[in-house]
Design a protein around this ligand. Structure first.
Ligand code: ADP
Ligand code: MG
Length: 180
């Protein structure tokens, strides 16, 4: 807490517990992760609380490229959701991520996404919180579980551990062999 307490204009009552997803599939992945963590830890108004283990994953969702390292970060922040988004984007840029390629599914040096921001639910042009499809992405659920299996998704009202069990469960009748 020392850094946060010392900083000016900081109202402790407004601190939010926030979870970020972090991913990289280009260059020295471990270095990219540690660089991003270092930059995050230097931001006024951010206090890193926990970092998950990093998990190696094959590229998903149509991205044609090398393997990913994915993790999750728990932090305390006095930044608003939009300020936090801008901070994440600025760190992505500093680490060499090029802008303007959304949707092209290219490799990324670093991707920082806001997964949860307290219990807030936000749906605007710039920001969707909780992040989209957390419950359908094992590469997001597994790192979150590594930090806190009991963490509740404020919209789905289930813990990330439960969401992961649902993710693994055979998906309902539509996938069953049809009786004739
Ligand atoms: P992706 O993370 O889907 O690979 P980008 O990192 O390029 O794609 O993000 C594209 C846009 O997604 C950002 O410019 C941002 O405005 C938007 N976005 C919406 N919700 C979030 C969120 N919770 N965290 C991060 N970005 C978000
Ligand atoms: Mg992103």
């Amino acid at each position: 807490m020392s850094k946060i307490r010392k900083s000016k204009n900081l109202n402790l009552l407004t601190l939010k517990t926030t979870y970020l997803g972090i991913g990289t599939n280009k260059g020295d992945r471990e270095k990219n992760i540690s660089n991003a963590l270092k930059l995050l830890s230097h931001i006024k108004g951010i206090k890193l609380l926990k970092v998950s283990k990093m998990f190696k994953n094959p590229p998903q969702e149509g991205i044609k490229s090398g393997y990913f390292l994915n993790g999750a970060i728990k932090l305390l922040t006095s930044l608003t959701p939009l300020e936090l988004l801008k901070t994440c984007k600025s760190i992505e840029r500093k680490l060499g991520r090029k802008i303007g390629y959304r949707g092209k599914k290219r490799s990324r040096v670093i991707d920082l996404d806001i997964l949860f921001y307290g219990n807030e639910v936000i749906d605007t042009k710039e920001l969707t919180i909780p992040h989209l499809m957390i419950e359908k992405r094992n590469f997001v659920l597994i790192p979150l579980m590594d930090i806190n299996e009991e963490l509740i998704h404020p919209v789905l009202k289930k813990s990330v551990g439960e969401l992961y069990s649902d993710y693994l469960a055979p998906t309902s009748i539509k996938n069953c062999a049809r009786a004739v």
